[in-house]
Design a protein around this ligand. Structure first.
Ligand code: ADP
Ligand code: MG
Length: 255
């Protein structure tokens, strides 16, 4: 499989007037085309920092980050899409105007692009809401719209920073399933940060477990389920609980 993103001996510290906060030390991993990697670890261990580094927004202090074999920082990251906990949809724009925002700003809104984005609204059940405002949609539908807006720029890599954590438990299960299935159908490569271990097992091919701050890699666990199982179907298998327990143990050895 083609290597998409490589982190080699990556380290990062924050420097403030109060002093230095080492956030990450010696992080090494590779993400291949089509993989879904989850990152779990205790609060404050450097997960969001790791995503900011992987997006090219932050420059590593030590080591290097390569996207398709080339140094990421300074190169611009038009090929990377970032999705956060809050959906950041604009209330003064309709859903259609929201999902087309990226290509519009980047002056890439060709007829073909518009058509492919509108097709995603159709495929994922939002077309009838294209003229609605974000506040008229449920939390789950808003996250779906936010994902389509991110996909509208045709990113090679999707970075998801706890995108479901603002949702209530029931919605979170549904939306996790939904978003996971869309990402797989669109054959995207994704890195998901979550503190929900069952979410990681239901979505990922590999789970990277970080230690508490300064974050280092404690273990990387491969998650193997038959290809055709959806995230919700994975939850109903006997192996699911074994993976969950394994991650739980890894996390608690942290203490
Ligand atoms: P996580 O996402 O795992 O909760 P973060 O990556 O947000 O952790 O933060 C890692 C550590 O770095 C935390 O201790 C946090 O307080 C610190 N940190 C994060 N952002 C900054 C910043 N802009 N300035 C100083 N320290 C920061
Ligand atoms: Mg975070």
């Amino acid at each position: 499989m083609e290597k998409l993103l490589e982190l080699q001996s990556v380290g990062y510290s924050y420097h403030t007037p109060q002093g230095e906060t080492p956030a990450l030390i010696n992080i090494n991993f590779t993400v291949c085309q089509g993989e879904f990697v989850a990152i779990v670890g205790p609060s404050g261990c450097g997960k969001s920092t790791l995503l900011s580094l992987s997006s090219g927004l932050l420059e590593p202090e030590h080591g290097s980050i390569l996207l398709y074999g080339q140094k990421l920082f300074h190169k611009g990251s038009g090929t990377i899409g970032y999705m956060l906990q809050h959906d950041h949809l604009f209330e003064w724009r309709t859903i259609e105007q929201n999902v087309l925002l990226g290509p519009e700003i980047q002056k890439k809104l060709t007829n073909d692009r518009r058509e492919s984005v509108l097709n995603m609204l159709k495929t994922y059940g939002l077309y009838k809401f294209k003229d609605a405002r974000p506040s008229q949609l449920s939390g789950g539908m808003r996250q779906r719209a936010a994902l389509i807006r991110t996909l509208a720029l045709e990113p090679k890599l999707l970075l998801l920073d706890e995108p479901f954590s603002a949702l209530d438990y029931q919605t979170r299960l549904m939306v996790g399933d939904d978003i996971g299935s869309i990402i797989r159908k669109e054959q995207k490569t994704a890195i998901l940060v979550t503190h929900d271990l069952s979410e990681a097992v239901s979505l990922a091919n590999r789970v990277i477990v970080l230690t508490k701050r300064p974050g280092t890699i404690k273990n990387i666990i491969s998650i193997e389920f038959p290809e055709h199982l959806s995230p919700l179907e994975r939850r109903n298998t006997p192996e699911f609980k074994d993976y969950f327990n394994l991650l739980w143990k890894e996390m608690n050895e942290n203490e």
